[in-house]
Write a protein that binds this ligand. Structure first.
Ligand SMILES: *Cc1c(COP(=O)(O)O)cnc(C)c1O
Length: 394
């Protein structure tokens, strides 16, 4: 059987996948089994934040694997405590953290914290969570219900948990709040929804309003977190201090991890929440190595330079190919170009793949770029050379 046949026979077909077989990665280049090199502008959907085969991450993992990979959370785990401290320090946020294994799970934790807050802090129970249209919060039954896209709420998986409502835009949040509202959950840049950032003033105004009403602000930083937008958290960029922040994608550099951080450290107590794998030695050691690499990149000014260079190249390309892609959107190393329509987006992505460049779709018509934060100038140049070749061929 070919690999494609094997996959189609034994793996549940929940993805429309490409069958290029990648066998090795180096920085922002991936190599297929036939030796072809591909420039990686997707980094496993913002996961490979420090690129492939990063020597610091590899060494940290090799050393850890030889000692302990996993013990249960009934014992203290040194890198877990240290990673929690690092996240809190780098984000300049006085919070405590629960570690999970994915973005959806981190968001589940956030919702549980909010629900218990709503149950225990008020005379009348508060439980409703307001989210936004075009948001994305995960694929579990609860986080899919929290996701503000009707197409996700098919009757195939119903009934869904109660207590979620979606509104169209930040302004609509205010009028949707009632005496049962416990939290508002948002992304600062909607990733899956089309790489759409919100205005800083509008977010700060919302934060202030929610604080006055004692309603929790949950910021889903699963995609925007861990230096993706240029700072440790997008919340740092927006100069806000949410009640709850979730993280995942870039934190482990490819090792599965999720985290929910809150300043309300005493809401959850022993027995309220748990995870068999969450925060184990392997994933938290990975997180420590990733933060060591990225915080240094940030401090030295190199990250800002990389983002600036990527931005220039993106704008140049946009200017040259207005017929196909226009309106450059996004923030930091989370960028998009709006294609004319859905068909154009799909063609641009498949043509890019033919020219050995990996990019991603987002929303209905956005071509998305999520390069590793360690990407080099040469890799950026080569990626855009291939991208323009692909666009020229359409
Ligand atoms: C990817 C993503 C999730 C889901 O993360 P998983 O690890 O796939 O569960 C949730 N929220 C946002 C904003 C994301 O980008």
């Amino acid at each position: 059987m070919t690999l494609e046949e094997l996959d189609k026979k034994y793996v549940l077909q929940t993805y429309k996948r490409d069958y290029t077989n990648f066998v090795k990665g180096e920085g922002s280049t991936l190599f297929a089994d036939n030796g072809d090199d591909y420039i990686d502008f997707a980094s496993g959907i913002a996961v490979n934040s420090v690129g492939h085969n990063n020597p610091t991450l590899v060494k940290a993992l090799q050393e850890q694997v030889e000692k302990i990979i996993h013990i249960s959370n009934l014992q203290v785990i040194e890198p877990q405590a240290k990673l929690a401290e690092q996240i809190s320090t780098l984000a300049n946020y006085d919070g405590a953290i629960f570690f999970a294994n994915s973005g959806a799970e981190a968001n589940e934790g956030a919702i549980k914290i909010a629900r218990k807050y709503g149950e225990t802090r008020f005379d009348k129970k508060r439980y409703k969570v307001i989210t936004l249209e075009h948001s994305f919060h995960g694929r579990t039954i609860t986080t899919v219900k929290a996701t503000g896209q009707e197409s996700f709420h098919t009757p195939n998986f119903s009934p869904y948990p109660d207590g979620f409502l979606y509104v169209n835009g930040l302004d609509a949040v205010y009028e949707s709040i009632d005496d049962e509202t416990v939290a508002v959950m948002i992304e600062l840049v909607q990733g899956e929804g089309g790489v759409q950032p919100f205005a800083k003033e509008a977010i700060q105004k919302l934060e202030k309003h929610l604080k006055e009403k004692d309603i929790l602000l949950i910021v889903d930083e699963v995609q925007t977190g861990i230096y993706r937008t240029g700072k440790m958290l997008a919340s740092n960029m927006y100069e806000i201090s949410p009640d709850i922040i979730t993280m995942a994608k870039g934190l482990g550099g490819g090792v599965t991890i999720g985290a929910v951080m809150t300043k309300h450290k005493d809401i959850l107590t022993a027995g309220d929440h748990g995870s068999t794998f969450g925060g184990n030695y392997l994933s938290t050691r990975a997180g420590l190595a990733v933060l060591e690499i990225l915080s240094e990149l940030h401090k030295s000014g190199k990250l800002i330079e990389t983002i600036a260079y990527f931005t220039i190249k993106l704008k140049e390309t946009e200017n040259r190919y207005q017929n196909l892609v226009k309106d450059e959107v996004g923030l930091g190393a989370m960028r998009g170009l709006r294609a004319k329509d859905n068909d154009t987006m799909r063609v641009v992505i498949s043509k890019s793949m033919e020219h050995r460049l990996i990019i991603l779709p987002a929303g209905k018509n956005t071509v998305r770029f999520l390069p590793a934060l360690t990407i080099t100038t040469e890799e950026i140049d080569e990626g855009f050379r291939r991208f323009e070749e692909a666009l020229s061929s359409i």
